[in-house]
Write a protein that binds this ligand. Structure first.
Ligand SMILES: [Fe+2]
Ligand SMILES: [Fe+2]
Length: 244
């Protein structure tokens, strides 16, 4: 398999991906953000290699972790080179979720079945994303070569996790994959809902500024027009209102 399967959602989002990658500054930020995700994912998989009781999985996790750490280095170097070329001060930030989804990875005592299912789903999504990115950065052959190399590794990760899941969980592997997909979607939904909540909050503040404040300003001006100009005599307190 030479390339990842591109999910329909990513095909629909292609114009957004194209827009993000079309700008050199955003490109640098994306590459540096990917470097973080790949390196963190590599460390987590390394931890999984230390804890698994399965010798074959230990060897595969180790190979996988080395790949991810290598991807981190490749992205970081390319991002730094582009940043230097642009005299760009490197900074964080990520306009769209990273390609890998390994940022959601948490090594727990849940066992290899759950981890393999999670990794398979994440690697499949990554392979699809990187296939799009490889296509989009056609104007930058060096970055394109990095995506090409990484895509090849991600396809290997996607396939070995699938095969190993079927080996260690011959009866429940389908259920494990569905559970991993639902969990991934749920995390994406929570992330999106959080971002949407912040966007709606900002929009309400802007509306308040442009719609509600002018209304109060108009009411204040109208009240001001009704007030007589200059000093007006204070009203003498009456017997009922006097506190004494
Ligand atoms: Fe990777
Ligand atoms: Fe990977």
């Amino acid at each position: 398999m030479s390339g990842g399967h591109i999910a329909r959602i990513d095909r629909m989002l292609r114009p957004i991906h194209r827009w993000i990658w079309s700008n050199r500054d955003r490109r640098v930020r994306k590459l540096l953000a990917f470097a973080e995700v790949e390196t963190d994912g590599g460390r987590d998989i390394l931890r999984a290699a230390e804890t698994t009781p399965d010798p074959l999985l230990r060897r595969l996790y180790l190979e996988h972790a080395i790949d991810e750490l290598h991807h981190g280095v490749m992205f970081r170097r390319r991002g730094a080179t582009l940043a230097r070329l642009r005299h760009h001060a490197s900074e964080g930030g990520n306009p769209l979720p990273g390609g890998h989804g390994l940022d959601d990875l948490a090594i727990t005592d849940a066992g290899d079945e759950q981890l393999l299912a999670f990794l398979h789903v994440a690697e499949k999504a990554a392979a699809g994303r990187f296939a799009i990115y490889r296509e989009i950065v056609g104007d930058d052959p060096e970055t394109q070569a990095i995506f090409d190399h990484i895509l090849h590794d991600e396809v290997f990760h996607m396939n070995y996790t699938y095969r190993q899941l079927a080996r260690v969980s011959p009866r429940a592997w389908r259920r494990q994959i569905w559970r991993a997909r639902v969990s991934r979607l749920w995390k994406r939904y929570l992330r999106l809902a959080g971002a949407l909540g912040m966007a709606i909050g900002s929009l309400l503040l802007v509306l308040q500024y442009f719609a509600v404040l002018p209304l109060f300003a108009w009411l204040a001006r109208r009240a001001e027009r009704r007030e007589p100009a200059g000093w007006s005599p204070a009203r003498r307190p009456t017997a009922q209102t006097s506190p004494y």
